[in-house]
Design a protein around this ligand. Sequence first.
Ligand SMILES: C/C(=C\C(=O)SCCNC(=O)CCNC(=O)[C@H](O)C(C)(C)COP(=O)(O)OP(=O)(O)OC[C@H]1O[C@@H](n2cnc3c(N)ncnc32)[C@H](O)[C@@H]1OP(=O)(O)O)C(=O)O
Length: 284
Amino acid sequence: MIDNASLERHIGREEQSEDRADPERLRRLSALLDRRWSPADGMPPLGHFLLFPPNEIQSRIGADGHPLRDPGGMLPAISLPRRMWAGSRIQFEGIVEPGARLVRRSRLVSAVPKSGRSGHMVFCTVAHEIRATSGGPVLISEQQDIVYREAHQGPGLAPRPVMQPEFRAEHFSGRTVGPVELFRYSALTFNAHRIHYDREYARDAEGYEGLVVHGPFLATLMFDHLLQAAGGRRVLEFSFRAVSPSFDGEDLRFGATIEGDKVRLFVTNPVGLAMTGQARLAGS
Ligand SMILES: C/C(=C\C(=O)SCCNC(=O)CCNC(=O)[C@H](O)C(C)(C)COP(=O)(O)OP(=O)(O)OC[C@H]1O[C@@H](n2cnc3c(N)ncnc32)[C@H](O)[C@@H]1OP(=O)(O)O)C(=O)O
């Protein structure tokens, strides 16, 4: 039962956190992408996802590995148990320099109950703005969608939505993500959600066929594909929508089509579409 009045009361709540674009964390993300890195290379693809990690103390971590839901917090304490990252829309308005001290202000923009093929859900959208702590303009702004899903209704595994890409891509690449990559990304982001590294929990508690590939990690791989396809052009805007989960060991295919400054992207797994994306590039 979703209490709409309680959801409404949370809209507009804010929180703020500080961090540093720590070069060692950025180097590790590049290592995960199979690349050497130095600060002169600038931020690696979607490196800001490593910043402002959930630093909750251990006694306040819940059974799923996420921080306990707190009615006094920015996000509503939604009772639907299965949390997923559904998508993001990101504007790169300035340059985040490796080593820079940063502040992020976050605000709950909406919390909307929906019913879909997979059951009842609540989509929460949080707007983040990242600036230098010394003040000045927004460097990165992002609207991030988190979905809370109802419990998996046994006995078998949860079926995943099956769709296909809606356009033919010109640029392709492929890779497989295994448990080692998933572990390294969880460690890098300090994201302890057990669906990404605890196979029994992922299957028995949340109904997934395997270890779930993090939405932000898949988006990072898609962004990396975009950078290769765009041949070094700067990305001004990037958005993605996670439409169906991908699991460890699956062959992932990345597709991109570029027309002028606009890019359309997708990721597929062996059953179909996993993620869609769009980007806007700086002049050619
Ligand atoms: C980190 C982290 C967590 C993770 O990384 S979890 C792994 C990454 N995320 C995923 O793999 C999510 C993959 N997506 C899905 O499994 C499905 O999209 C989802 C969310 C289960 C919904 O599927 P349904 O088949 O139940 O949904 P429908 O197609 O029937 O649509 C119902 C309404 O919901 C809207 N909607 C569906 N998907 C999305 C989406 N990705 N983003 C925004 N909205 C979505 C859809 O438009 C329908 O809306 P209407 O207004 O038309 O009713 C961490 O937690 O930190």
